[in-house]
Design a protein around this ligand. Structure first.
Ligand SMILES: Nc1ncnc2c1ncn2[C@@H]1O[C@H](COP(=O)(O)OP(=O)(O)OP(=O)(O)O)[C@@H](O)[C@H]1O
Ligand SMILES: Nc1ccn([C@@H]2O[C@H](COP(=O)(O)O)[C@@H](O)[C@H]2O)c(=O)n1
Length: 671
């Protein structure tokens, strides 16, 4: 996940490949609650790992459920079986509507029948999301609920015992959020000694989500009788029974970004989306129909979709989005690539989501240059030709962040392609923590449009340290080019190749089987992370680095590191020979005494004894060889910015370089 203040997406040009979706948020949190309320053990496979499921798991633990989260494996829940195990608890539910609403209902009826006191609260935005219709319905049933803040909004206290009026129908509004009905459907089986009838007031919105609820209730042993979409009866004697094992399907709302991606940018090989398909329980899988209406070419299987570009530009549409409220946000960004305006109607529920999504979408689309009109429950977006580089505010709303990533394909409809900045990209943690990594795995950009920041300089000046700091701040990849020369030197020595045989050394470099994994470097099957850092390996590297055949063989390998979203490359010739067009080149220096001292401390920290004087001699010899070799000598690029960090901390040089980077950015400073 990108835990950084902003992520800049360079212009993206095409897409192809396979993505595996994370588990559905709606299904994950419903399954967790059902498992928690059931008797016995439920093994949940493919559960979504995200902020919203984390708060639900914490809540279940606090209520006395057994919760065993196995890294990379299933989550095992031992339910409380409709019995209050912990009589008082304070539950913090973040911004998870799928936890707040059903837990409120379940704890209200449990407290009423068995006693107890439970407080539910969340982040400030959660305290602005209405829950009054659900509270009214529960109070009508006889539950005791105190408002701890503004009436009609969390936080709430649910307490008991109190007498429930189960013989009367429980009446709930269905036209603001279907989650209120879902909450009652999930809670009332806990107290169904007799038939319990729920009646919906007004037209029920988001029916597909209620269908998910009904299907999952059936998996846990509750067969709800439905009278159209107006009344639901939970039969007397209903009792939660664990099905033992549940598989969570992929998140259909998350699929929408990749369906759109295929429609916009997959001109050859399609985007294959695994985890949802024609047999999916989730209503948002019907987003594919809307994408087809806009011109996407879609084929489906039971649990997969394949999407390619069909008509281009896309077709503008007018669509009632009541059945796909979450995924419909993606259509608003697709509309920028259409041949005529698009109007999305019946989206009033957007106003009470993570943020007011109608305002958010209209505001951010306008920043890109789009003409947008908005009404109480609709949005009209015109196609966009003159795009502006915009910093997209994400309102702590994962879906805003994800759907605006699609704006980075603007180069497909305009000559003057612009990058897109996504502020607070980590908000995707709510449902799809690895969203951007997944996106970058299936998209391509023009190499020259991927930003590169180079850091060159003499030995032990702090290039690698600075490069990693910069890459971490910007979310970019890192190229430690010295590691390639070190690996070549090591491999040549081990193979007994003469260091005077340039052609043979070139072949060693060309045949390097080098892999970079998380903080480790592999040469074939051997972990050479430590061996590469030995001073003796540095000397070998310095010798092979003078050989033109070696430099030529390593050239393409280095260029291949230039991938979205960007690259920080450190070495000796990054700015002069490998990435001469880089928009920012830093030449980093420090006095040889300072550098020898730093290297000495570095080695001592690793338990390797060394002598400062001989270290200084070695690094000066290495610098001399690097500076005087005929091919790609160590020298600042003409347009490099010089930085002597002898008197600076790592943080000071990082911040200085980031300020240089910001100076040349098309984005305005963050508000
Ligand atoms: N201001 C500073 N900037 C960067 N590194 C510093 C600074 N002060 C101390 N150091 C330390 O200097 C040591 C050498 O840094 P680093 O290994 O990044 O250098 P390098 O230039 O990449 O070396 P090499 O040329 O061997 O690849 C590290 O232990 C680092 O923590
Ligand atoms: N772009 C580069 C990078 C490195 N070298 C040579 O490799 C030696 C080891 O590099 P480190 O940065 O890991 O110390 C270095 O002394 C150079 O001779 C290079 O030539 N070009």
């Amino acid at each position: 996940m990108f835990k950084i203040p902003f992520l800049d997406l360079p212009p993206l040009r095409s897409a192809a490949g396979t993505v595996r979706l994370p588990g559905s948020k709606s299904i994950s949190n419903r399954v967790l609650l059902l498992a928690g309320l059931s008797e016995g053990r439920t093994v949940v496979h493919d559960l979504l790992a995200s902020d919203d499921t984390a708060v639900m798991l914490d809540a279940l633990r606090a209520l006395g459920c057994g919760v065993d989260v196995q890294a990379g494996g299933p989550v095992v829940i031992d339910g409380i079986g409709a019995t209050v195990k912990v009589a008082a608890a304070k539950l913090f539910l973040g911004n998870a509507g799928t936890a707040m609403r059903p837990l409120t209902a379940a704890l209200a009826v449990l407290a009423a029948t068995q006693g107890g006191s439970f407080e539910v609260s969340g982040v400030p935005r959660m305290h602005e999301r209405p829950i009054g219709d659900l509270v009214d319905a529960l109070r009508g049933l006889g539950c005791a609920i105190d408002d701890l803040g503004k009436p009609g909004y969390p936080p709430l206290r649910l307490h008991g015992p109190s007498k429930l009026r189960l013989s009367e129908a429980v009446r709930v509004r269905g036209d603001v959020s279907s989650q209120f009905l879902t909450a009652l459907l999930l809670a009332l089986p806990l107290v169904a000694e007799q038939d319990v009838r729920i009646e919906v007031i007004g037209e029920l919105i988001s029916k597909p989500y209620v269908e998910i609820t009904l299907a999952l209730l059936a998996r846990f042993g509750i067969q709800v009788r439905r009278e159209g979409w107006q009344a639901f009866v939970i039969p007397a004697g209903s009792r939660y029974r664990s099905p033992g094992e549940v598989f969570v399907e992929g998140d259909a709302s998350s699929a929408s970004y990749f369906v759109a991606l295929g429609a916009i940018a997959a001109t050859g090989t399609p985007i294959r989306i695994e985890g949802v398909g024609s047999e999916s329980l989730q209503g948002d899988v019907r987003f594919a129909e809307a994408a087809i209406a806009m011109g996407a070419a879609v084929t489906t299987g039971p649990n997969w979709l394949e999407v390619k570009r069909g008509q281009w530009p896309l077709r503008g549409i007018t669509l009632d989005c009541n059945h796909i409220p979450d995924a419909a946000m993606t259509l608003a960004v697709m509309a920028l690539y259409a041949d005529s305006p698009s109007t999305l109607t019946n989206i009033a529920s957007w106003r009470v989501k993570e943020t007011d999504r109608i305002v958010a979408m209209a505001t951010e689309l306008r920043k890109l240059g789009a003409t947008v009109e908005e009404g109480p429950d609709w949005l009209r977006v015109e196609p966009l030709k003159a795009w502006r580089a915009a910093s997209i505010h994400t309102y702590d709303d994962h879906r805003v962040a994800m759907c605006f990533s699609l704006a980075a394909f603007n180069g497909l409809v305009t000559e003057a392609a612009v990058p897109v900045r996504i502020l607070e990209p980590y908000c995707v943690a709510k449902t799809f923590p690895d969203y951007f990594e997944t996106l970058f795995g299936v998209v391509t950009a023009r190499s020259e449009e991927v930003p590169v920041l180079t850091v060159d300089g003499p030995t032990a000046s702090g290039k690698g340290t600075l490069a990693h700091e910069l890459a971490e701040s910007l979310g970019y990849h890192v190229l430690d080019s010295g590691a390639l020369y070190r690996a070549t030197g090591l491999a040549a020595e081990r193979a007994g190749v003469s260091f005077d045989d340039g052609a043979a050394l070139g072949r060693v470099a060309a045949g390097l089987k080098l892999r970079f994994t998380d903080y480790r470097v592999w040469l074939g099957d051997e972990d050479v992370t430590d061996a590469l850092r030995w001073e003796s390996t540095g000397q070998l590297a310095s010798r092979v680095a003078t050989v033109p055949e070696v430099r030529e063989a390593l050239r393409q390998l280095q260029l291949d590191f230039r991938r979205p979203p960007g690259l920080v490359a450190d070495g000796r010739d990054m700015g002069t020979a490998i990435f001469p067009g880089a928009p920012l080149k830093v030449f980093l220096t420090a006095s040889s005494l300072t550098r020898a001292d730093r290297r000495h401390k570095q080695l001592m920290a690793k338990g390797i004894s060394a002598n400062i004087e001989s270290l200084r001699d070695d690094l000066e010899a290495r610098d001399a060889r690097d500076k005087t070799r005929p091919t790609s000598p160590l020298t600042p690029a003409q347009d490099a910015r010089l930085l002597d960090n002898s008197e600076q901390t790592i943080e000071q040089s990082r911040d200085l370089v980031l300020s240089w980077w910001a100076e040349r950015s098309p984005f305005k400073p963050m508000a």
